[in-house]
Write a protein that binds this ligand. Sequence first.
Ligand code: UN1
Length: 510
Amino acid sequence: MAAQTLAGDIARDTQDILARLGVAPNRRLDGALEARSPITGEAIGRVDAGGAASTKAAIACADAAFLVWRNVPAPRRGELVRLFGEELRRAKSELAALVTIEAGKIRSEGLGEVQEMIDICDFAVGLSRQLYGLTLATERPGHRMMETWHPLGVAGVITSFNFPVAVWAWNAAIALVCGNSLVWKPSEKTPLTALATETLFERAVARFGSAPDGLSIVVQGGREVGGALVEDPRVRLVSATGSTAMGRAIAPRLAQRFARTIFELGGNNAAVVCPSASLDLAVRAIAFAAMGTAGQRCTTLRRLFVHETVYDDLMARLRAAFTAVSVGDPREDATLVGPLIDEDAYGAMRRALDDARMAGGVVVGGERALADRFPAAFYARPALVAMPEQTAIVKQETFAPILYVMKYRDFDEAMRLQNEVAHGLSSSIFTNDMREAERFLSAEGSDCGIANVNIGPSGAEIGGAFGGEKDSGGGREAGSDSWKAYMRRATNTINYSEELPLAQGVAFDV
Ligand code: UN1
């Protein structure tokens, strides 16, 4: 039966990859949740889906695992993550091919996604020996004051289709060395990459030998799964990647129970091109940032402010780049832009372009592509839109390859326009004037969590803290000291004297 519904080439390739990764047939063919490939729109597998009850059961299991795992020394916890990194290295090309099939990313981006998982594992292994606390100066004689970082509990991780496995890995690798357990709700649009990742993790657990059962559990399914993670007091931290609307819906429920949150929501990222910029470099950076991943990164470049003196030159080059870029099957080497994830994404792109035209925008590209070859899939030519000003549609995030371009006259105006949107994720400036670069990075410059000079806003390395301000959610994941969000801090004061001096000189002699 399943073989009949999964007859296409992609479906067969998918099942071959999953088989090679060691995923049992019943786990990939028999479930209630259907996986589709945006390359052709066809069904490629079926996984088990859970609801609120199975999520609660998973949380109970993960909570029991946490009680054991928190007492395992952190460097030993790091050893499990090291083994997982080895599994990922071994399976890199296969997992990457699955990312291409299920999320529609081109090959090098699929490989890059798995590389990000490997990188964060390496980072976390090092971190497992560096979960430092401070020793603090105490005002009392014969005392010592310090802070200790302890594991937090079950971490709930909600991820989105566009980075179907890397974002989980940023959270998981860090959460695990910090002594937490995990329950993961992947996007319903990318269940098979999650299943494959789960299998690789299980293999690392088996090699490790002594990890408690239930250390990392995947629950596939819809809103009820996410809802159960949000409501359950045993889930001490929820790290959620997705739309601002999703974040806004769950934030008050999490705040109600004082849960920790890491929100990684949308972005309406801008770049500023200044008179001194190298235009060759800027065009290459803009092309990748605006069209890469078919405009479906939360860090995708969506707004461009160009100084009036270089506007015509840059626009001519961008028109050439947007017109020349190859849109197609992401499995083919020549393709740079793959499909949109589904019909809804294409509909949102079309509506945004209609709005932009009504507001005076001049659009190059944006048409549906390859409809003859792939009638059930949604490919679009990236759209370059010359806008008279930053209108309402420009201030909205549309998760598609649309770049709105506007002129600016002076630097202050560019800064105002760059910051004049609800989101605050990522940003860039292209300049060779160090004053402009420094002002962009200063307190009065970009208000984003990521601000770059002479590179685009997307494609961040895992070593830095990743996340943004305002409607982008305020959370930070991955590198730097993001690990602190996954642990609880205890301040400890120890009296090794015979006296009992009170802080602030308070006297209380009974
Ligand atoms: C996302 O789109 O959800 O900086 C994350 C980047 C990637 C991560 C994007 N490293 O573009």
